[in-house]
Design a protein around this ligand. Structure first.
Ligand code: NAD
Ligand code: UDP
Length: 345
């Protein structure tokens, strides 16, 4: 099924929101793709949609990155040259309730992965980190030298993985490791066939607004309008998921030059408030988004946005899509599939 002339990439968590968009980009860029995903927060329908969009096959393995034998078997069965590691749990609130599940999936799972990689002689890894590692810093725009910290178990898992991967590289400089700190990934593939599919009431702003727009939720709660920002609502750096995954291809090219451990922000550098997002979404969808002002959400910072200069210069990457395009693509997906992949499959 795989073309032996093309390099093979393992995408952990490739059935998920960002991973599925990554698979589209990889298949369209002439890679063979192997996905491992335990489907704990996704559906195999996304993998089918990826193959429909690209008209190219991929190999899907249903499995858990905590299962060492399964990982070893994948590396034995496929000539994997690099790993894009998206698998993990990502809900901040849930991480407070189930910290051990977060430490197990995100830290132990990544350690397992890295051990299997080392055994197979595959030492190229791109890790999905997060702007959450900038903690409660008020120094936005953040560049990569900003001191890191964490305020919840999810953030701690990202920070700890960053740290142990740095230790790993220091102990064996043959590793090629890219730590990508995502700001706020939103939007969907322009086909409207794949997108973000929260399995409960969304925690994040864009999917929440999308579900209000499609009539699944009555109104948006805006968490605070008294922040020291231009309109009082929280400011974030929203980045289109297609731009984000293209940053991973650039990061792999950067690693191909020579072994290194590199850290890059993936963000646009432009902050938008909650109300900016509401208004942009209303404009492109033509749907009014009712909202109420609610209490601040514990742990939220007033503003978080990237200094993307390092990724611009070293990776030759910058985001192309603007906020309206992010909303337009998020809306197309939500409108096509109001119940997400449950409906699509
Ligand atoms: P997602 O939940 O849609 O995708 C993660 C995928 O990993 C899911 O398909 C899930 O089933 C799978 N998975 C989880 N644990 C697994 C395990 N033990 N073994 C195998 N598969 C497993 O999330 P996403 O938004 O696509 O995020 C991808 C990565 O990016 C995550 O590591 C997340 O922490 C990170 N990240 C996401 C955001 C964001 O806002 N979406 C921001 C910063 C960083
Ligand atoms: N937000 C909101 N209502 C919601 C969800 C989010 O007002 O239902 C706000 C939140 O307070 C923050 C911004 O939207 O200012 C982005 O929140 P999200 O959870 O999407 O990302 P994060 O806070 O993790 O950057």
């Amino acid at each position: 099924m795989n073309d032996t002339n093309k390099p093979t990439i393992l995408v952990t968590g490739g059935a998920g929101y960002i991973g599925s968009h990554m698979c589209v980009e990889l298949l369209q860029s002439e890679f063979n793709v192997v996905v491992v995903d335990n489907l704990c927060n996704s559906s195999s329908a996304s993998v089918e949609a990826v193959q429909r969009i690209t008209q190219k096959p991929l190999t899907f393995v249903e499995g858990d990155i905590c299962d060492q034998n399964k990982l070893d078997e994948i590396f034995r069965s496929h000539p994997i040259e690099g790993v894009l590691h998206f698998a993990g749990l990502k809900a901040v609130g849930e991480s407070n309730e189930k910290p051990l599940a977060y430490y197990k999936n995100n830290i132990y799972g990544t350690m397992n992965l890295v051990e299997s990689m080392a055994r197979a002689g595959c030492k190229t890894l791109v890790f999905s980190s997060s702007a959450t590692v900038y903690g409660t810093s008020e120094n936005a725009p953040f560049n990569e030298t900003e001191p890191t910290s964490a305020t919840n178990p999810y953030g701690r898992t990202k920070l700890m993985v960053e740290q142990f991967l740095q230790d790993l590289h220091a102990s064996d400089p043959e590793w090629r490791i890219s730590l990508l700190r995502y700001f706020n990934p939103v939007g969907a593939h322009p086909s409207g066939e794949i997108g973000e599919d929260p399995n409960q009431i969304p925690n994040n702003l864009m999917p929440y607004i999308s579900q209000v727009a499609v009539g699944k939720l009555p109104h948006l709660n805006i968490f605070g309008d008294d922040y020291p920002t231009p309109d009082g609502t929280g400011v974030r750096d929203y980045v289109h998921v297609v731009d984000l995954v293209r940053g991973h291809l650039k990061a792999m090219e950067h690693l191909a030059d020579e072994p290194k451990l590199a850290i890059h922000n993936l963000g646009t550098g432009q902050g938008y408030s909650v109300l900016d997002v509401v208004h942009a979404f209303e404009k492109v969808s033509g749907v009014k988004i009712p909202y109420k002002i609610a209490e601040r959400r514990p742990g939220d910072v007033a503003q978080s946005f990237a200094d993307p200069a390092k990724a611009n210069e070293e990776l030759d990457w910058s985001a192309e899509y603007d906020l309206e395009r992010m909303c337009e693509d998020a809306w197309r997906w939500q409108h096509n599939f109001p119940d997400g992949f449950a409906k699509a499959s």
